[in-house]
Design a binder for this molecule. Sequence first.
Ligand SMILES: [Fe+2]
Length: 288
Amino acid sequence: MTIDIIPTSAKLGAEIRGVDPATDIDPNTQKRLRAALADHSVLLIRGQSLAVDDQIRFAQCFGDLGAIADTLLGLGKRDYQPDEIPECVSVISNIKIDGKNIGGLGDGECFWHTDSGFAETPPSASVLHSVELPANGGNTAFLDMIDALDTLPADLRSRIEGHSIRHSQVYDSAGTKRPAYDEVSDITQAPGPEHPIIRTIPESGQQCLYLGRRLGAYIVGLPVEESEALLDALWEHTVQDHRIWSHKWGLGDTVIWDNRVTMHHRDPFDPADRRRLHKVQVAGERPR
Ligand SMILES: [Fe+2]
């Protein structure tokens, strides 16, 4: 199979041409896709029809099949998930049928985050496929966390060396409290695992900033005010346009991202419009 890898003009992201994710991908092409993901952190395949079962198989080009957030949190399959959708697939949608949501995250902004940092072993990659799209909005942007660390001022870096963030499980990426969790007034008590702020990717030795999400984050061992100030400084440094690539979805697009070295963000869209995407995760390792 001949494939073309066309980098974006941004610090991360590349379009892949010549691959149909709905077909069996030969081992050599799988290897090239994994190498492209390691090189560019985010891959885009445009405009292919991809059934759920094919998406699950395609995701395994990048590693073992992983679990979605609700499963990682032990919450099981949400009652709103359509019956025909397996538990390993996350439906991201604002669509309601008979007054009931068919998916999560609604129509609002999803704040910068990495998927399931609140799990002990967050997914190494995510594979997101568009099924139904609004006329405008709902773009997904990606941020290069390798560059964020590489350019971190030395004084900031010295303050986070050896430190961990506790990644709260209380809120989803739209900032909505998960019904299974209580509101936490003392952030030092928020439930969730602790992961190093500087993360090392095992297969490459590459290091990156690993912030998870801002809401509910706490730098373990610091007084709350100090943790908040340091997190604010890290986030102010990190979220800058020159390390962001934003994708305007086309129907049938599939985007694959390395969930360890990137964060992503979704723009809001018109609540009167319909949007549906399916996401499958690739299993990851405990961050170190
Ligand atoms: Fe996400």
